[in-house]
Design a binder for this molecule. Structure first.
Ligand code: 6PG
Length: 237
């Protein structure tokens, strides 16, 4: 089994505290990126866990404090459903955050077509190599250790060149698009948001350095890796 350096998580009491901490951390990263480079390139996560964080960011003080017009919004994965479908990751973020901060459509890039997204990602700053370097990538994690739409055993995990892949997954809806590991690992900062007892086993393995799980393969080569988790997701000592 492939083994990586263990990672220490930041443990929050519950989902509300996790959402608050994630919002604060996100606002800090955005502010820092804008101060340093004028723009923040942010790939949002899918699933339900990030919703709380995005709703906190849509309220004061963050609604007014963050220079949202300097942020460019992308997604780390997306389900191939209509943007207004309840299963859409874009739809969740629009309802929770984007519609409330009045983000310009020119700065929001739904993940709908691999070729178009590859071209868009080509405009991002690079990591010194060939890969686009996001300032921040949010990721969730499934109970099986999947992240984005990279699932255990999927050949997509071995992709070393493409930036975006179409995959068929065990978690419905099955038809999806996902950023690949080289893009995730080129980021300046990757933040996992994980909550709930159901994630406990996979989280313990990933935090312990088990790189046989997709979430355990995310280790930014030249960037920060953070896990913001709630107490229910952390195995009792
Ligand atoms: C997706 C996600 C996926 C998600 C995990 C956790 O589109 O489904 O990107 O990787 O983050 O499945 O989902 P929950 O946050 O809903 O538990």
């Amino acid at each position: 089994m492939k083994q990586k350096t263990p990672v220490s998580p930041t443990v929050l009491e519950g989902p509300r505290e996790l959402a608050e901490a994630a919002a604060q951390s996100t606002a800090e990263v955005i502010d820092s990126a804008i101060r340093a480079r004028g723009t923040c390139y942010w790939a949002l996560a899918g699933g339900e866990t990030p919703r709380g964080c995005y709703e906190v960011l849509a309220r004061e003080p963050y609604r007014s404090r963050v220079s949202w017009e300097r942020v460019r919004f992308f997604w780390s994965d997306e389900r191939l459903v209509p943007l207004d479908d309840p299963a859409s990751n874009y739809g969740m973020a629009r309802a929770a955050l984007l519609s409330r901060i009045e983000a310009s459509d020119d700065h929001v890039f739904p993940l709908q077509d691999p070729a178009r997204y590859t071209e868009l990602l080509g405009r991002l700053p690079r990591n010194g190599g060939v890969f686009p370097r996001f300032d921040l990538i949010h990721l969730g994690m499934g109970e099986d250790g999947h992240t984005a739409s990279l699932f255990p055993g999927d050949p997509a995990l071995g992709e070393q060149r493409a930036l975006v892949l179409r995959v068929r997954t065990s978690k419905p809806p099955p038809d999806r698009l996902t950023l690949t590991l080289p893009v995730l690992n080129a980021a300046r900062q990757v933040v996992f948001l994980v909550q709930g007892a159901g994630k406990r086993d996979a989280l313990a393995r990933v935090l312990g350095g088990d790189a046989s799980l997709p979430a355990g393969m995310v280790r930014p080569a030249d960037g920060q890796l953070r896990f913001l988790v709630d107490r229910a997701a952390v195995a009792p000592n």
